[in-house]
Every structure is written in C-alpha cells, then in structure tokens.
Design a protein around this ligand. Structure first.
Ligand code: FES
Length: 110
C-alpha cells in the first residue's frame, strides 16, 4: 500500500457509519450512505474540525463544531459558516476491502 492509499474492512463501516482513516498525512472521513461508500476530507473548511466526529444524515455530513453540512458525494457545503468545499477522494471496494486513494482528489470546481 503506497502512502497515497489506505484500506479498511467494509465490515467496519456499516450503513450510516463514518470512520476516520489516515491516508499518508491526510485525515479522511469514510462514510457509508445506504451501502454506497464516500471519502471526504476530515477537515472542515470553516475551522478544521474533524467531520468524522459529526453526524451523517443521508448524504450530508454535519460538522460537530458549528453545524455546517457537506454533501459527501461532492464535498460542497450546503451553507454557512463553511463557504468552501471539502476535497473528496476515490473509493474502490473489492470483496470486504475499501480502498481510498488521494491521487484523484477533487474540489468540485470551487
Ligand atoms: S469548524 Fe466546521 S462549521 Fe465551524
């Protein structure tokens, strides 16, 4: 496994769960939304709270500090206080293994 990828067992990520993983130096929140897995930066763009400590409601991940919500599919915030998107990352699943890679990092055009 290179420093730009990390893995975790899918069985550790049931629907509705958010798990923080480190991909190299990058903290990533890995989210299971009804069986679909998404990876988003674990640093809120408002004041860098750990989003994995927040709550996942549908596709929205709520920051635990000031309640900004980010769409885990795109990284876009739904409104203030965050005004910049979080990066999202590639996810692949094979058997029971989830792999997150950083090389296709997106910022959704912001
Ligand atoms: S740190 Fe996330 S909304 Fe303020």
């Amino acid at each position: 496994m290179c420093e730009h990828a990390a893995q975790l067992p899918l069985s550790d990520l049931p629907p509705g769960a958010v798990v923080r993983v480190m991909v190299g130096d990058e903290p990533v929140a890995v989210c299971n939304v009804e069986g679909e897995v998404y990876a988003i930066s674990d640093r809120c763009t408002h004041a860098e709270a750990s989003l994995s400590a927040g709550s996942l409601e549908g596709h929205l991940l709520y920051c635990p500090w000031h309640a900004a919500a980010f769409d885990v599919r795109t990284g876009r915030p739904t409104g203030p206080p965050a005004d910049r998107p979080c990066a999202t990352f590639d996810v692949s699943i094979e058997d029971d293994t989830v792999t997150i890679t950083l090389h296709n990092k997106t910022t959704d055009g912001f």
